[in-house]
Ligand binder design. Structure first.
Ligand code: FES
Ligand SMILES: [Fe+2]
Length: 371
């Protein structure tokens, strides 16, 4: 994409944007789904009714009865079947297949089993129920068959014992602003000022190497100076420390820090709930300080502050975006954001043409910015 095109893409994100279908998205925390209770979620503007069957499988159906469109979430669920509140049609929730139409008599030839409510493939990972959202009108997808689908995303774990934590925040902006906020290296010293983190005066020049990976790019493993305080704190003298940060379409940022046996890994996503709203979810897992009490609540406290600072900034940004200002992306600090727009464009094109996706980066690139 030319810089003009990039500018146009960003300018256009002030209001609505195109969404990427045919991929996995986190719909809801699995802890929000309790026995025989149906829960509601929204993904890419699609209302969902979700639950868990008596045999322990999660389901996600479009929250709309195929008969007259009343939300199925107003009906009943007995652990096996979702029953519509209006005329009592009963659906097997994993496949969406209709099993029962109470109004039919012996004289009717209609076979309920030929009718389907829309059901989506879903799977649990890291405490979230992930839902695969296909492009509508692209043939029927069997919600109970995951074999043709890409793997469900998850955090890499490098030991059997680990701790984990989770944070979330709603963002009043479209997916593109959420994502470029996620990969923006230059806001740190301004948005995340805090005595325990960093001040504005700590800005200095950084040099980072990026390389193309499938569906995204990687900030290549590097070693921070081994005598810095955090590493002394970890008690990991002498072991090499490596960090990698990957961005992968449609919306995932994976970070992995490893040092000998110790590791920290996180997956941060920005999920479009509707065209103009998204939600940031941060899931982290680690095996550092496993035996320190209260570490998880403390980590959550600081993590939460971080996410709130981003959220507040985006709420304020949304005030400005209401009036459709024209915007810009600059080098090198906004280059990852440019790659995101180019990758998204390439993905959408390949989905329309059926041709393999062309990667916008043709090799490793070193970027410089001050932050
Ligand atoms: S609207 Fe659902 S059964 Fe009629
Ligand atoms: Fe931030």
């Amino acid at each position: 994409m030319t810089s003009e095109a990039t500018r146009a893409a960003v300018a256009a994100t002030g209001s609505t944007t195109s969404l990427i279908y045919d991929d996995w998205y986190q719909a809801i925390r699995s802890s929000e789904i309790a026995d025989k209770r149906m829960s509601k979620a929204m993904l890419l503007g699609i209302p969902l009714v979700m639950g868990r069957t008596a045999t322990g499988r999660y389901f996600a159906m479009r929250d709309s009865c195929p008969h007259r469109g009343i939300p199925l979430s107003y009906g009943w669920f007995d652990g096996k079947q979702v029953t519509c509140k209006y005329h009592g049609w009963g659906f097997e929730p994993i496949s969406g297949q209709c099993r029962e139409i109470p109004s039919l008599t012996e004289r009717d030839s209609l076979d309920p089993c030929r009718i389907y409510a829309t059901a989506f493939p879903c799977e649990e990972r890291d405490g979230h129920v992930w839902v695969y959202v296909p492009q509508s009108g692209r043939g029927k997808l069997r919600a109970d068959d995951l074999s043709q689908l890409p793997p469900v995303p998850e955090i890499s774990k490098f030991s059997r014992r680990f701790r984990s934590a989770y944070l979330t925040a709603d963002l009043p902006c479209n997916i593109d602003h959420g994502i470029i906020g996620l990969m923006d290296p230059a806001h740190g010293p301004f948005v995340h000022q805090a005595w325990w983190w960093r001040s504005r005066a700590s800005i200095h020049e950084k040099e980072k190497r990026f390389e193309p990976i499938e569906n995204g790019f990687r900030m290549t493993a590097h070693q921070p100076s081994a005598n810095s305080a955090p590493y002394k704190l970890l008690g990991v003298y002498g072991e090499p420390i490596t960090t990698t940060i990957d961005f992968v379409l449609p919306n995932r940022r994976y970070e992995i820090i490893r040092c000998g046996e110790k590791w920290f890994a996180s997956l941060t996503t920005v999920t479009p709930t509707t065209e103009n709203h998204c939600r940031i979810d941060v899931c982290a897992a680690w095996n550092v300080f496993l035996n320190v009490p209260f570490l998880t609540p403390i980590a959550k406290f600081f993590g939460n502050r971080f996410v709130r600072q981003d959220q507040l900034t985006m709420i304020q940004q949304a005030e400005g975006l209401k009036y459709n200002p024209s915007l810009m992306l600059i080098d090198d600090a906004d280059r990852p954001a440019k790659w995101y727009f180019e990758l998204k464009q390439a993905r959408l094109e390949s989905q329309t043409t059926g041709k393999p996706m062309r990667h916008p980066m043709d090799g490793p690139v070193t970027l410089h910015w001050r932050s």
